[in-house]
Design a protein around this ligand. Structure first.
Ligand code: SF4
Length: 192
């Protein structure tokens, strides 16, 4: 299967991208999924959260971040003060890797055009990369520091925060994550 370019995909609109994700066989992960996991949230968000890969609950429901890590993400979004129409959640790859293993580089590369087209169409003010996999997928050459924003093309800010699943197993990081959020509130709190 030949994937379309990012701008061709973005030109198809939300429904067009969704259709192509559902039809996609660009890597072997499609062979073992129950549902592809595409996005949840606003179509005109201030903030887009980019996670890693769907887990068991997400695969069963087709909804991103609906399990235990999702509860932590909800708490984080609450702490950020974002309302429902101000954010969208997507993943780096749309199919669950078997046994929740880390996505392979070739799988991330195959799925990247979908993630980039989703972001292009959503056109957020802030892109929050949840963990190292999302960072590698979005900006493979530039390493970001945790909680230190970077402005891209004078258009939007990139911010790397801990993945909500990491907060389940390392609760000491919650305070650190909250400090990162407090330092960066201006990125999403500014007036239109
Ligand atoms: S992970 Fe992405 S590239 Fe691979 S089959 Fe699923 S939708 Fe296609």
């Amino acid at each position: 299967m030949i994937l379309m370019s990012v701008s061709e995909l973005a030109g198809k609109g939300f429904e067009g991208i969704e259709k192509r994700i559902i039809e996609c066989t660009a890597c072997t992960l499609h062979e073992t999924v129950t549902n592809k996991v595409i996005s949840k949230g606003s179509k005109t968000p201030k903030v887009v959260f980019v996670g890693e890969a769907p887990g068991k609950n997400e695969d069963e429901t087709g909804i991103p971040f609906c399990g235990r890590a999702g509860k932590n993400l909800d708490r984080m979004i609450d702490y950020m003060g974002l309302s429902k129409n101000e954010y969208t959640v997507i993943n780096t790859i749309k199919c669950r890797p078997p046994n929740n293993r880390n996505p392979l580089k070739k799988e991330i590369n195959a799925c990247r055009p979908f993630m980039l087209a989703q972001i292009q169409i959503l056109d957020p003010r802030v892109i929050i990369l949840l963990g190292n996999t999302a960072e590698k997928a979005f900006c493979s050459k530039d390493k970001l520091e945790w909680g230190i924003p970077k402005t891209i093309d004078n258009r939007y800010s990139l911010l790397k925060l801990y993945h909500p699943a990491a907060l389940i197993y390392q609760r000491s990081r919650i305070d650190e994550q909250n400090e990162h959020i407090d330092r960066n509130r201006h990125l999403w709190d500014m007036n239109e």
